[in-house]
Design a protein around this ligand. Structure first.
Ligand SMILES: C[S@@+](CC[C@H](N)C(=O)[O-])C[C@H]1O[C@@H](n2cnc3c(N)ncnc32)[C@H](O)[C@@H]1O
Length: 812
């Protein structure tokens, strides 16, 4: 689909449907609001297909990619598909014949005649002579169990399914003895047979046909299989399939071998005999283009993976698994083929070629700096076992995934999180190599586990990328939302990251480890970030422009390049405020701030980021947000704070609100000038504004950068005991004190002699790791890391960064 999107960049209609305008020269414009609040169209891109290089490890994936991204003569494709369909129907249609409303006794008589046929041709001829015959669309097969009370066979369909209501009961009486049964308390019934294809006797869970859905002309009917239907199935079982079909053993893997215990051990076991026969017949006939239709039918729609949907539309497999249900729908391949042909004919729109490669992204056949932009959606840890799931598909293609470099977590493949991270890092390094400096990569990622998200983040940074934005993607609504802590969201994320331009990397080599290097990085990073993000006339706070995230990115940039970080957080915050203009808690380059100011004047409101309080760091962020909106007293804050901390992580040491306030914020005690932060809040009230003005006008008060010097009791009373966000210099002082307290606490963890720390202060561990790393004391990092639960380590992006570094430096 990346290839399709690249092609569609040249399609005017598609581009316009996304809300852009395209002029006669093909220039693309996007909508913005100007300083007068009027809508203006700003040029930003050019119409034209982009040339894509598509890569995946799986032949199934690149086979699809090739088909969607190569020009097709659609009419020729449809003609060929129709011809194949007719030929196969002619040859194999008899296997799906059923008698429509036969008179009593007729099915039995015809069943006998069928049994007497010796060859497929004889059977086909016999059926060709019958009148009033319907064509089976699908046959429902049901599991068969054994009642533990009376030992008789129980057909699941008969015992557990309420056909009227279309429901399956989880508990039901045995149709023979009435004992109450569940699937769990019954044994399966088995069939043992000789499997000629593999030359072995096999034992499979028994399934029997229980319902036939068929058509006569355009009308659809349903029936219970009669003697003729059963005889037909038996006859086909006796005959040999005259075509090749895949007989591979399912590969090792929890997903791919999940059906071993019901005897579905080889690829051909995933099909009924007649479907296998017909699929073999189609497979033999399809050409380069029509094979895609065949593959999509063979791998899923006509296998035993298709669940019966109780007569509703949409019999189909459960995606992401090879689960075989107790009620399957054996679907006639030639019944579903025309629909697939129509679907593909509509989708084949590629006007030009893309270049498709099948191998690991850790080795690309591209030159350094060849690529303008990368879009990638890597596997998400152990969410989906691609090579196992693709096995049926690939067995028909006769080419399999080389799963060695497959970037997943998988027990059988011996890949845990560290192996996954290593493989991802190798791929990202290769992306880094081929991308032009200063250019971007978009990573789509489904965040199902914090630890996997951290591996991805760590891998990206280890490869040299700088993350500049993380958003959630709502696929249904097609909307994006910024996130402050991706760990808190379990959904699709869009990560934007860039390869720093060569200038920065080269300058950094010279200035690495100096203050100059820090500010050079910050300048380059700020330049890459959007200046304004507008959403329906409202401005969003851009998370990445906040001091704490800038600090994190700066640290990561140094650490990943093996360079000491020359500034403490306190020094960084103070330096940041000295060098860069700040607005709404965000930092800008001097040349960017004018644009922000202009747009801010017009904006209806500033949208605050939503922050989930789960630990000390997020609690501080949350408090900073509250207090910059409005300086507040402890009494005002406390009830709100209690509401926020419901999600406090269990290993994180609980902290009192007072402690958090004292370590990070300032309180006005009623003495000296009222701090500017409180004054500007007071001015928002008409009443207080009036009093302040009166005092200033009468010369009883003065105002300077320390705040408002006044003795007016009313003002002092209203300002007293309010907590506020300190200015950067004072913040730096506080930060120093806090860091000292954190390191004292870390020292305790270092001395701790028990096996595991159960509850601790994450910020203290982070501070301690950072200091140890600076001092090249990797042993301390590793020692303390062993004392904290592994999940905590894996789920914290900062801890894992220091830990990985320490392990690497120790040669681990
Ligand atoms: C989330 S899927 C994306 C698939 C595809 N982009 C799509 O939209 O259908 C992840 C893909 O990564 C592939 N993959 C896993 N390890 C890989 C590696 N080392 N190199 C290249 N591709 C890999 C899997 O085969 C799988 O198709």
């Amino acid at each position: 689909m990346t290839g399709v999107a690249a092609q569609l960049c040249g399609d005017r209609k598609t581009v316009e449907s996304l809300g852009y305008r395209v002029d006669d020269q093909g220039i693309i414009y996007r909508q913005e609001t100007d300083e007068h609040g009027k809508t203006v169209w700003v040029p930003f891109s050019k119409l034209g297909a982009r040339r894509a290089v598509l890569n995946d490890l799986s032949p199934a994936a690149t086979f699809i990619a090739y088909n969607y991204n190569t020009p097709v003569d659609v009419q020729a494709f449809e003609r060929e598909a129709k011809r194949i369909l007719e030929e196969v129907e002619e040859e194999c249609g008899w296997m799906y014949a059923t008698l429509h409303a036969p008179e009593a006794g007729v099915p039995e008589v015809l069943a006998d005649r069928l049994r007497a046929c010796k060859t497929a041709d004889e059977a086909r001829q016999l059926i060709g002579t019958l009148g009033n015959v319907g064509r089976i669309n699908y046959t429902v097969w049901s599991d068969v169990f054994v009642c533990p009370e009376c030992t008789q066979e129980v057909v699941f369909w008969e015992a557990a399914v309420d056909k009227e209501a279309g429901k399956v009961h989880s508990e039901f009486p045995c149709p023979h003895c009435g004992a109450m049964l569940t699937k769990r308390n019954m044994e399966r019934a088995w069939v043992t047979k000789y499997d000629k294809a593999i030359g072995q006797t096999i034992r499979q869970a028994k399934q029997v046909p229980v319902l036939i859905n068929y058509s006569v002309g355009k009308k659809r009917f349903e029936k219970t299989p009669d003697a003729f239907d059963l005889a037909l199935i038996e006859k086909i079982e006796e005959l040999d399939i005259p075509y090749w079909f895949p007989t591979d053993r399912m590969p090792e893997g929890e997903e791919s071998r999940r059906n071993d215990d019901i005897g579905l051990t080889h690829v051909h076991h995933f099909y009924t005999k007649r479907n296998l026969w017909v699929l073999g017949a189609i497979s033999k006939r399809v050409g380069a283009k029509t094979r895609l239709v065949f593959q999509s039918i063979a791998a899923t729609l006509c296998s035993r993976l298709v669940r019966y949907n109780m007569g509703n539309r949409g019999n189909g497999p459960l995606s992401g698994t090879l689960y075989v249900s107790s009620l399957i729908a054996e679907t006639r391949p030639t019944w579903v083929m025309p629909g697939k042909v129509r679907d593909f004919a509509k989708a084949f729109s590629a006007p030009s070629y893309s270049y498709v490669e099948t191998h690991s992204t850790s080795f690309l056949r591209l030159k350094k700096h060849d690529v303008d932009y990368i879009f990638t959606d890597p596997p998400f840890g152990g969410n989906l076992m691609y090579s196992e799931l693709n096995f049926l598909w690939e067995a028909w293609l006769k080419v399999f995934t080389n799963n060695k470099p497959e970037a997943i977590t998988n027990k059988v493949q011996g890949k845990g999180l560290p192996e996954y991270q290593r493989l991802m890092t190798e791929c990202f390094k290769e992306y880094y190599r081929v991308l032009k400096p200063g250019r971007w990569m978009t990573v789509e990622f489904h965040n199902s586990k914090n630890s996997v998200w951290n591996s991805i983040q760590e891998a990206l940074q280890a490869a040299g990328f700088v993350i500049a934005d993380v958003r959630t993607l709502d696929k249904k609504q097609g909307s994006f939302k910024q996130v402050t802590s991706a760990a808190a969201v379990k959904q699709d994320l869009i990560i934007s990251c860039y390869k720093p331009n060569q200038g920065l990397e080269e300058r950094f080599k010279l200035t690495a480890g100096t203050e100059e290097g820090v500010w050079d990085f910050v300048r380059a990073h700020l330049r890459q970030l959007p200046v304004v993000v507008e959403n329906n006339g409202k401005l969003e706070v851009i998370a990445e422009r906040q001091a704490y995230l800038l600090f994190d990115r700066m640290v990561a940039f140094h650490v990943q390049r093996g360079v000491m970080v020359p500034l403490s957080a306190a020094e960084f915050y103070a330096g940041l405020a000295q060098r860069f203009p700040e607005r709404d808690g965000m930092y800008f380059l001097p040349e960017q701030v004018a644009e922000y100011d202009r747009r801010r004047l017009k904006a209806k409101e500033i949208l605050q980021l939503s922050i989930f309080v789960t630990d000390e760091a997020s609690a501080i962020q949350w408090l900073r947000q509250q207090l910059s909106k409005k300086p507040q007293t402890y009494q005002e804050l406390h009830p709100q704070f209690l509401k926020e901390i419901g999600g406090w992580q269990k290993h994180e040491k609980p902290l009192e609100l007072m402690e958090l306030l004292e370590q990070n914020f300032l309180r006005y005690d009623g003495r000296g000038p009222i701090p500017p932060q409180i004054v500007s809040w007071m001015r928002q009230s008409a009443e207080l504004r009036k009093i302040i003005q009166e005092e200033l006008d009468a010369g009883r008060a003065t105002e300077d950068n320390q705040g408002l010097h006044t003795t007016r009791a009313e003002l002092l009373r209203r300002a007293k005991d309010r907590w506020y966000v300190p200015d950067p210099n004072r913040a730096a002082d506080l930060e120093k004190l806090r860091e000292r307290a954190l390191l004292r606490e870390f020292e305790e963890y270092k001395q701790f002699t028990g096996r595991r720390l159960k509850v601790f202060r994450l910020e203290a561990v982070r501070a301690g790791f950072k200091k140890a790393w600076q001092e090249r004391d990797y042993q301390t990092i590793i020692q303390v890391a062993r004392k904290i639960p592994e999940t905590v380590l894996q789920e914290d992006p900062k801890l894992i960064m220091w830990y990985d570094q320490a392990v690497t430096r120790m040669g681990g």
